[in-house]
Design a protein around this ligand. Structure first.
Ligand code: T5A
Length: 214
């Protein structure tokens, strides 16, 4: 199959708030570009005009949503994002680096809010059948690190949740990583250069494995 018709790869960054995903997403894109890949960087919720409008609703600390509403809006934003950004980029052979995807819904709405996993699975199958990340880097940080890193900013609705919510979210990510081999857990609480080196190793290993497959 030639370069023009080869489907790109989908890499996501996951973890609790303040874990360092946005910081590392840029670095992942840089590593891939150094390997000659065309890279599209994006994030959730968001990534499209409607997705960004839904993001404002979802993160608005003044208007808390029912967990069911929150879950459905996450998937509504995702449906647009997959259809208009992620799938077209992958089909064109580009690599997509996305800050959060459906693993966040399992951790935040599932473990955090108590939405049944089978309902999230059904919504994922409905919204993005056959479109799952090839590699997920999950930056693991304890709630105290999240709080410390968010000190300087005005907190959105999620960031105002209590420590119990963040413990459940963190455990949710770690448990999901035990079941999904595409998820690599990286200790995100370490110094930035140490985390960056671990992220680089994981990405280089993934690219090497693909190259070896031809
Ligand atoms: N959500 C999202 C759901 O509930 N369900 C879903 O399905 C989806 C998709 C999104 C919210 O939506 C929720 C989860 C979120 O609460 P957001 O503002 O995009 O809101 O939240 P985050 O994605 O968590 O973004 P954050 O900016 O809060 O965290 P990041 O991106 O993980 O962290 P980053 O890179 O911005 O770093 C935070 C700070 O820490 C520093 C950075 O310089 C920055 O100042 N930092 C480090 N400092 C020391 N050592 C390191 N190793 C550091 N790494 C970064």
């Amino acid at each position: 199959m030639d370069r023009a018709t080869r489907r790109g790869r989908f890499i996501t960054l996951e973890g609790p708030d303040g874990a360092g995903k946005t910081t590392q997403a840029e670095r992942v894109a840089g590593i891939l570009r150094a390997h000659g890949k065309e890279v599209v960087t994006t994030r959730e919720p968001g990534g499209t005009a409607l997705g960004n409008r839904l993001r404002q609703v979802l993160l608005d600390a003044e208007t808390p949503l029912q967990p069911t509403t929150e879950t459905l809006l996450m998937f509504a934003a995702r449906a647009e994002h997959v259809a208009h950004v992620i799938e077209p980029a992958l089909a064109a052979g580009h690599w997509v680096v996305c800050d959060r995807f459906t693993d966040s819904t399992f951790a935040y709405q599932g473990d955090g809010r108590g939405i049944a996993k089978r309902d999230i699975e059904a919504l994922a199958a409905f919204t993005h059948p056959g479109c799952w990340p090839d590699l997920t880097l999950c930056l693991d940080v304890p709630p105290a690190t999240s709080t410390e890193r968010m000190q300087e900013r005005t907190l959105d609705g999620f960031e105002r949740e209590d420590g119990g919510f963040y413990r459940r979210v963190r455990e949710g990510f770690v448990k999901r990583a035990e079941r999904e081999t595409r998820i690599v857990v990286i200790d995100g609480s370490r110094a930035l250069d140490v985390v960056t080196a671990a992220v680089q190793d994981a990405v280089e290993e993934f690219v090497r494995r693909l190259d070896a497959q031809g």
